[in-house]
Design a protein around this ligand. Structure first.
Ligand code: NAD
Length: 297
């Protein structure tokens, strides 16, 4: 068996085309979705991610602005900027690019973002809402994975899902989201003994660890769907995921490549969350009479 490749670039393009119509509809009503990115320090990877997000916004007709601070900036200065963005009606989404310099308390900054603008979904209210099955903004990377499964018509309900990696930004929310879709979910991490005894049971295996070749072919059930979230730079400069792609693709039914898999979906879902936030804002702003007119027409 050779797996079908789930092409993240292709699915991202389709999702963006669908959501571009919604941006146009908002603009016709005088609302332009707006995203603010707060970045502290000069982490080169973060700079690249922020450039991608800015470009993706421009392509979609979303206003974006970058608020940049040096690594030694006082935390209060960043908090003041977040407070101003919370109050700015032209901004519908705010994200703090992680990681932050060591002297910053990430949690404090994430908590400062207004829940209704927390498009990364990292605020504790959003985390709790996800656990309760009623999230405001699903975190972008697991949301992207869910979207890839749905666009590929891969059933989730009743499937055995194993998530490898239990971080707050990928593994844990991924497990919650697929449980909400009625999968039976097992979550594994660095202390899991004999990882293979779990992975071999997976109909859908989601891997988010950050180590090349954590998943090899003998660890994968024949016909499994394998989603590789990992991004690793090898000494020779190549970018690879966490899965031994060439060997596992001969055993899986579907597999995501790295690059060109989950990566493009993460940015796409950030756009989706920002547009959805602007739609909620527009619904609040729209006077009752025009709401009735919109419902009628
Ligand atoms: P993290 O370091 O916060 O968490 C890694 C998790 O993997 C931890 O729960 C740890 O317990 C677990 N782990 C470590 N070694 C393990 C092992 N040998 N076996 C089983 N579990 C193990 O990382 P993260 O932020 O969740 O990111 C994971 C990977 O996903 C990274 O490569 C990151 O670059 C990538 N990532 C990609 C995207 C994307 O858009 N494609 C988005 C976010 C993260």
């Amino acid at each position: 068996m050779t797996a079908k490749i789930i092409d993240g670039n292709e699915i991202a393009k389709r999702v963006r085309a669908e959501w571009k119509h919604r941006v146009d509809a908002l603009q016709a009503r005088g609302v332009q979705p707006g995203l603010a990115v707060v970045i502290v320090g000069d982490n080169p990877a973060s700079q690249v991610y922020v450039r991608h997000k800015t470009k993706a916004c421009a392509d979609m007709g979303i206003h974006s602005e970058k608020h940049e601070f040096p690594a030694d900036a006082p935390e209060q200065k960043v908090l003041d900027t977040i407070a101003r963005l919370n109050a700015n009606p032209a901004i519908h989404g705010i994200l703090v690019q992680l990681p932050l310099p060591a002297h910053f308390e990430s949690r404090r900054l994430l908590e400062a973002i207004a829940v209704e603008k927390d498009v990364d979904g990292f605020n504790l209210y959003n985390v709790g809402a996800l656990v309760a099955g009623d999230t405001v903004f699903p975190p972008c990377t697991p949301f992207g994975v869910q979207c890839m499964l749905e666009y590929s018509n891969i059933p989730i309900s009743g499937q055995n899902v194993v998530v490898v990696g239990a971080s707050n930004i990928v593994g844990k929310p991924m497990a919650m989201m697929l449980m909400k879709k009625d999968a039976t979910v097992c979550i594994t991490h660095i202390k899991t003994r004999d990882l293979a005894q779990f992975t071999i049971l997976a109909d859908i295996l989601v891997v988010a660890v950050g180590k090349p070749n954590v998943i090899t072919a003998p660890m994968v059930k024949t016909g499994a769907v394998v989603i590789d979230v990992g991004i690793n730079r090898l000494p020779d400069g190549r970018l690879v995921g966490d899965v031994d792609f060439e060997a596992v693709r001969e055993k899986a039914s579907y597999i995501t490549p790295v690059p060109g898999g989950v990566g493009p979906m993460t940015v796409t879902m950030l756009l989706v969350n920002t547009i959805q936030s602007a739609e909620r804002f527009a619904a609040i702003q729209m006077p009752a009479a025009s709401k009735v007119a919109a419902a009628a027409g």
